[in-house]
Design a protein around this ligand. Structure first.
Ligand code: FAD
Length: 386
């Protein structure tokens, strides 16, 4: 068992850290958060670094499928700003990985090079007003009319629809009583007539603003069905394939990045802030907080990298990825709140990044399958094997 960081990952991390300091200064991250803005110009620069192609096979111009490297990028970008890290994974994972796994050869040829050059972003249009955790219950309908697919319905909490090239829309394509058998995934450009998008104001994760989407007799060519003829009615198997495992890891990687930023800022602050004639870091209760935060973060990162390793090897890892998502996101929430406590009143005001870390961290146990759903899965899938 070798736990040392491979050299290529160390280089990648160093390169990313230099990139973040140069292209994503703290002042910019605050502006993106304040204005709910996605700095698209950064994508071209990330493409120049070669990191947009980490989920794309070499024949399409990518670097091959490297989930661990992709999550290291998500982690490093998330240390500074979710306004870049979330669109990054919407490109490399939502688009890149789904296309690589589920698309027709023609769709791959057309779309994968655009992931590599940073010009393709997918938004997930899965959740609906009455459908949250129970995703297979979606009601948005799509009907085939020759070479055209017609869509009617509504999606909720579709993040990044305004900046995406396609809304990757989960639709019902047959009777509702065949719960899993009649679902498909259709790529819908947000500019298509009949699509209307309304922003929902949330606490955190600014940049890829979350939205309500209405589909009013929206028509797209059948070639936009993921997987083409073979993909029609096969949407559920595409969702629960290895994509679901990777989605849990994406949220866990964001969590590790946010928690690291919250810990780093708190640690520095304990050296600078003085009360009762000494640095607050001289108080043992503060030292213990930092020790606990660091320990939790270390465990979360080890779980993340282990799950990435399993997913990279295409090993079954539903239980491990659920444990990782559950643990890492709860750690991020805890570490961010502890960081805020260490900052005292300054942790509550916008002049410091700590209040943003809290807003971002609070979301992470909710999205990508809530903590309760991860616990259900860990129990259910482990119980089968005992
Ligand atoms: C900022 C933000 C961004 C988002 N982005 C996207 C996106 O891009 N695309 C997208 O499709 N969705 C997105 N979502 C939706 C998110 O994935 C859902 O919120 C999530 O799936 C949970 O659904 P729900 O909130 O409707 O909760 P519900 O499913 O209504 O659950 C409510 C509560 O009941 C619990 N619960 C439900 N079922 C069970 C069960 N079987 N066992 C135990 N407890 C249970 C849940 O854990 C939760 O605490 C986003 C949400 C937010 C807030």
């Amino acid at each position: 068992m070798d736990f040392s960081e491979p050299e290529h990952l160390r280089h990648l991390r160093d390169m990313l850290q230099r990139f973040v300091e140069k292209e994503m200064p703290r002042s910019a991250a605050r502006e993106w958060d304040k204005n709910n803005h996605f700095p698209r110009e950064i994508f071209k620069k990330l493409a120049d670094l070669g990191v947009m192609g980490l989920t794309v096979p070499e024949e399409y111009g990518g670097a091959g499928r490297d989930i661990l490297a992709t999550m290291v990028v998500v982690e490093e970008l998330s240390r500074r700003s979710l306004a870049v890290s979330v669109p990054y994974l919407m490109a490399t994972c939502y688009a890149g990985m789904n296309i690589e796994e589920c698309a027709t050869p023609e769709q791959k040829k057309r779309l994968l090079p655009r992931v590599v050059d940073g010009s393709l972003i997918f938004a997930y249009g899965w959740t609906e007003p009455d459908t949250g955790a129970d995703l297979a219950n979606v009601k948005t309908r799509a009907e085939r009319h020759g070479d055209v697919v017609r869509i009617n319905g509504a999606k909720r909490f579709c993040s990044g629809a305004e900046i995406a090239d396609y809304i990757y829309t989960l639709v019902r394509t047959g009777p509702e009583n065949e719960r899993y058998g009649n679902l498909s995934l259709v790529m819908v450009p947000p500019t298509t007539p009949g699509v209307s998008i309304t922003r929902i104001e949330g606490m955190g994760m600014k940049g890829a603003a979350t939205t309500d989407i209405a589909f009013d007799d929206v028509q797209v060519p059948f070639e936009n069905v993921m997987g083409g003829e073979e993909g029609w009615n096969k949407g559920w198997s595409m969702i629960v394939g290895s994509g679901l495992d990777v989605e849990k890891l994406e949220v866990a990687a964001i969590a590790v990045g946010v928690a690291q930023a919250a810990l780093d800022d708190a640690w520095l602050y304990t050296r600078e802030r003085r009360q009762f004639g000494k640095a607050i870091g001289d108080f043992q209760s503060v030292q213990h907080k930092l020790a606990d935060m660091k320990t939790q973060l270390h465990a979360a990162r080890l779980m993340l990298y282990h799950s990435c390793w399993l997913a990279n090897n295409k090993t079954r890892c539903g239980v491990e990825t659920s444990m990782t998502k559950l643990f890492a996101t709860e750690v991020a929430k805890n570490v961010a709140i502890e960081s805020q406590t260490i900052f005292g009143a300054y942790g509550y005001v916008k002049d410091f990044d700590t209040e943003r870390y809290v807003r971002d961290a609070l979301l992470l146990p909710i999205i990508g399958g809530s903590s309760a759903i991860q616990r259900n899965n860990i129990y259910k899938w482990s119980n089968k094997n005992i």
